[in-house]
Design a protein around this ligand. Structure first.
Ligand code: GLC
Ligand code: CA
Length: 544
């Protein structure tokens, strides 16, 4: 049986490259993070998940690992990382690392040896013939190697070769790596695309798709995770784990993260972040489908709850556009919609993850030229979409809505040059709206988005109900309101959100013993008979 000590915890995600640059080379680093720990303590978070920061050629910003035992020199030395762990610990913050175990960089020593040594060849997936599977970053998922006259599998960029988990030597190496970082003092792990690690016994063409159904959520993944758990993080009752699940199902996620299980503490799934994909294709635009969003959140909340499984709650990360630009209104209702979205997700059943900058309502990057982009996926799709015959303007429009760089612009600390991230031109340009949207301004404003996030974290700590009250959706059929309640035998919290910019009549009956504990309009009160644009009202009913 798992320890469920993490139900009152909140995780803050840091993209190290874009958080804070301490040595003025335009790239964020560990000392930059250390200098902001007091800020994170003020915010009230419990863990920092650091995006991949191992030694890497940085083709996919660290998700192409060259050496799992070394930190990337851009971020600092091993001593700097240890200092980060101990400084965080002083503030009751644990560090979680991002374990990219589905693949390594082709510059990893294993891959280099694979080209001449049979033993290492078996660390990867080399085949005589490719299948028709597509890489998630565009193009074929196979790359030909003339030295071996074989093809290797890469579900992502061609410099990210998939590891062969079937080989017990590979699994043993990966277990060793996790144990190593636990010894250093790391308190949690996020496992990158971990539901893709199991490959089929026979590699075949996918007659009706891009191949994903042949390698996603294979039954063997559970066996691999149980082994990894038993031999590494499961040996400590203090290590928190979350798995990133690509194109997964509820049924599988229940298995990965149920209380009685021995795989992971919780999972990320992405179905609710595809409701603005036309034809299920990230690169085709459509306005977000609110009813679908609501239904997905409902199904996952209730589904995971029914089966005693736990999930991560999130709107944003380093692979997603900014949520306020996506499901909110980053112009006229910037503040209201950022707060509404925050309350909406934080008060659900699960562990909230805040992505850096979300707590101040950072918006999409609004890049207008291809030369401003850095992300490998965006650069690949720029070419692919143009080859499909789309005009330059159309391609740039799609990128500006969907590129991962939207979430990767530098953290907006203050209104000085380069947003206070660095004194030199950063690796990716700062969003010019840092003059208005920045941490310093919001620290001084009690009514800011930042203070609202802080309050949400405090509420989770204060009310057991928010940690593990039963979830039930309200207004499931309503075209504009997302509402739900969390309850136990005695008390009840109700959350009512207006997802649109128009007033909506509210037929909710507040009872006498009910009081509002949070809202994003100053004069919210129990007698309101409507929800104003992007209004959220959180109320509590207590039986005493
Ligand atoms: C995950 C990461 C993403 C990366 C990919 C390949 O989805 O979050 O940033 O590109 O895996 O490792
Ligand atoms: Ca730096």
């Amino acid at each position: 049986m798992k320890r469920l000590y993490f139900k009152d915890k909140v995780v803050y995600q840091i993209y190290p490259k874009s958080f804070c640059d301490s040595n003025q080379d335009g790239i964020g680093d560990f000392h930059g993070i250390i200098s902001k720990l007091d800020y994170l303590q003020f915010l009230g978070i419990d863990y920092i998940w650091l995006n991949a920061c191992f030694d890497s050629p940085q083709k996919d910003n660290g998700y192409d690992v060259r050496d799992y035992y070394k930190m990337d020199a851009d971020y600092g030395t091993m001593e700097d990382f240890q200092e980060l762990c101990s400084e965080a610990k002083k503030r009751n913050i644990g560090i979680m690392l991002d374990m990219v175990f589905n693949h390594t960089s082709t510059q990893h020593s294993w891959f280099k040896q694979a080209l001449t040594d049979k033993e290492y060849e078996d660390f990867y997936i080399f085949k005589d013939k490719p299948t028709n599977w597509q890489s998630k970053f565009g193009g074929s998922a196979w790359k030909y190697v003339p030295e071996l006259n074989k093809y290797y599998l890469h579900l992502f960029d061609e410099t990210q070769a998939d590891l062969n988990w079937e080989n017990s030597k590979v699994r043993h190496e990966l277990i060793k790596i996790v144990k190593h970082w636990m010894q250093i003092g790391v308190e949690g792990f996020r496992f990158d695309v971990v539901n893709l690690i199991g490959k089929p016994e026979i590699f075949m063409d996918d007659e009706c798709g891009d191949g994903r159904r042949m390698y996603t959520d294979q039954p063997i993944v559970h066996t691999y995770l149980q082994e990894l758990n038993k031999q590494s993080f499961g040996q400590s009752d203090k290590t928190i784990t979350v798995g990133e699940m690509s194109s997964t199902t509820l049924k599988q996620c229940v298995k990965y993260a149920c209380e009685e299980g021995n795989e992971l503490d919780m999972v990320f799934n992405f179905h609710h972040l595809k409701v603005d994909y036309k034809n299920n294709d990230k690169w085709q635009l459509k306005p977000f489908n609110f009813m679908q969003l609501k239904k997905l959140l409902h199904d996952w909340q209730v589904g995971m709850q029914t089966h005693h499984a736990w999930m991560a709650l999130f709107w944003s990360n380093h692979d997603q556009p900014r949520v306020v630009s996506r499901f909110g209104n980053d112009q006229e209702y910037h503040k209201q919609s950022a707060k509404m979205l925050a309350a909406c997700i934080h008060l659900m059943r699960g562990t909230p993850f805040i992505y850096q900058g979300e707590e101040i309502g950072m918006t999409n990057a609004n890049l207008t030229e291809i030369s401003q982009y850095r992300d490998v996926e965006s650069l690949n799709y720029y070419e692919i979409l143009k080859q499909q015959g789309l005009s330059e303007d159309e391609v740039l429009l799609r990128l500006s809505k969907r590129s991962r760089d939207n979430g990767r612009t530098v953290m907006q600390w203050n209104h000085s040059m380069y947003a206070g991230f660095s004194e030199v031109n950063p690796w990716i340009e700062a969003n010019p709206n840092y003059h208005e949207i920045n941490v310093e301004a919001q620290l001084h404003d009690q009514d800011s988005i930042l203070h609202f996030y802080r309050k949400l974290i405090q509420l989770r700590k204060q009310y057991k109900l928010i940690q593990d009250g039963t979830f039930e959706m309200l207004y499931l059929e309503h075209p504009q309101i997302l509402g739900y309640r969390r309850f136990d035998n005695l008390n009840e919290v109700t959350v009512l959100c207006n997802f649109y910019d128009s007033d909506i009549k509210l037929d909710y009956q507040f009872s006498d013993n009910e009081s509002i504990i949070l809202s994003n309009y100053v004069e919210a009160n129990n007698t309101n008979k409507e929800l104003r644009p992007y209004e959220v009202i959180v109320s509590i009913k207590t039986s005493v």
